[in-house]
Design a protein around this ligand. Structure first.
Ligand SMILES: CC(C)(COP(=O)(O)OP(=O)(O)OC[C@H]1O[C@@H](n2cnc3c(N)ncnc32)[C@H](O)[C@@H]1OP(=O)(O)O)[C@@H](O)C(=O)NCCC(=O)NCCS
Length: 197
């Protein structure tokens, strides 16, 4: 499997990956095209040796780490008004993979690619993104705790949250929680801003 910059011929397949991973919240053809047009090297795909696309991610460059919602931080997922070519902070806009991507660790490979092109290259000082927290709602109902208590728990240095844990295992550290970051019932709409440098 390789991670490579996406091109126009990939748009339909990427939309298919998004629909499998995100259902009704999938990125539209228009959002996918705009992200690629505004910041070409920020949109990448994971491709198997037989040519099939199994993963997709997009990113933008910004000048500050924010606690606003994903919608505001990404200009409704288009990055038209939020990407700054001279920005020194890379912000992960989206990531998705087909279920078969698990055997290739698509998420880890995409994160490594972004690390290489943004941090290792010294183009940016920090790579950041907002993780959903899909384990939070259930934990809250069972334990009657709040978001800070949820995030404070550590198991061998990793969060109890499955999505946040994926990012921590790939080098990210927690900065802060963001209420109403992204509409997601399981996360009670919370997100966690995370960074690596
Ligand atoms: C995140 C994603 C791209 C990772 O793909 P992948 O590299 O093929 O890896 P997997 O799907 O096997 O996930 C890796 C681990 O992360 C966990 N994970 C990641 N996102 C998760 C989520 N939203 N909910 C629950 N667990 C999640 C998995 O349980 C798995 O844990 P394990 O290694 O302990 O089994 C893929 O799971 C996906 O497309 N998810 C839906 C969209 C999404 O949540 N994107 C990330 C936010 S932008």
């Amino acid at each position: 499997m390789i991670i490579r910059t996406m091109n126009e011929q990939d748009i339909e397949q990427v939309n298919g990956i998004e629909r499998v991973a995100w259902g009704d919240s999938a990125a539209t053809l228009d959002q996918i095209s705009e992200r690629m047009r505004v910041f070409p090297e920020g949109s990448v795909v994971a491709q198997t040796s037989d040519g099939k696309l199994i993963g997709y991610a997009s990113s933008q460059l910004v000048n500050q780490i924010s606690n606003k919602s994903w919608d505001l931080q990404t200009d409704s997922g288009t990055i038209k008004a939020t990407h700054f070519e001279t920005g020194t902070i890379a912000y992960g806009v989206s990531m998705s993979a087909l279920p078969e991507g698990a055997k290739y660790s698509v998420g880890a490979a995409i994160i490594q690619h972004y690390y290489d092109i943004f941090i290792k290259s010294k183009r940016c000082s920090v790579l950041c993104l907002g993780s959903r927290l899909p384990g939070f709602k259930r934990w809250q109902l069972e334990n009657n705790g709040d978001i800070k208590q949820y995030l404070a728990q550590s198991f061998g240095g990793f969060s109890r949250d499955p999505e946040l844990r994926l990012y921590q295992k790939n080098g990210f550290q927690l900065l802060w929680e963001i209420p109403d970051y992204y509409p997601d019932v399981d996360s009670d709409n919370y997100g966690a801003m995370i960074v690596q440098r």
